[in-house]
Design a protein around this ligand. Structure first.
Ligand SMILES: [Ca+2]
Ligand SMILES: [Ca+2]
Length: 147
């Protein structure tokens, strides 16, 4: 009985430690130019990004990451203001793998879920519907693995 309590306690503590260690994503601010894949801002697969479209030449924002492990990745794009519609795309070097667009949607939050492969490079494209989007008030992007 005592051993079981001890094991439960130990398991609980290790879960706590691992959740604390992974709870805080690395945070980034989008840096121009990042309008093409080759200019993409490099982020991690567990990141919190704040971005904006303050200048006219800023048409899209690209972020690149390499998947550290295989699994289902969740990407959420949330406009700062509810009046700013965005399209969200997940691409690899050659093609679009998944999209959530503002077309016909009343929901402004964009969400993409996809199985990613360890060691493969992926690109997130944040695409404002209106261009130029200099009147937009920015966005928050987050990436994380689903357990
Ligand atoms: Ca930008
Ligand atoms: Ca940009």
């Amino acid at each position: 009985m005592k051993k079981r309590v001890c094991m439960t306690l130990l398991l609980g503590m290790s879960l706590l430690i691992s959740s604390v260690a992974s709870a805080r994503p690395a945070s980034f601010q989008d840096t121009e130019p990042n309008n093409t894949k080759s200019q993409a801002n490099v982020i991690t697969a567990h990141a919190a990004v704040s971005g904006s479209f303050k200048t006219e030449g800023d048409i899209v924002d690209y972020f690149a990451f390499t998947a550290p492990k295989s699994g289902k990745l969740l990407i959420i794009l949330q406009p700062v203001f509810t009046s700013d519609p965005y399209n969200l795309h997940l691409e690899d070097a050659d093609k679009t793998l998944a999209s959530d667009t503002a077309d016909g949607s009343t929901e402004l939050r964009r969400l993409v879920k996809l199985d990613v492969e360890a060691g493969k490079k992926y690109y997130i494209k944040v695409d404002p519907v209106e261009k130029p989007a200099t009147h937009y008030n920015g966005y928050h992007l987050s990436t994380s693995y689903l357990q």
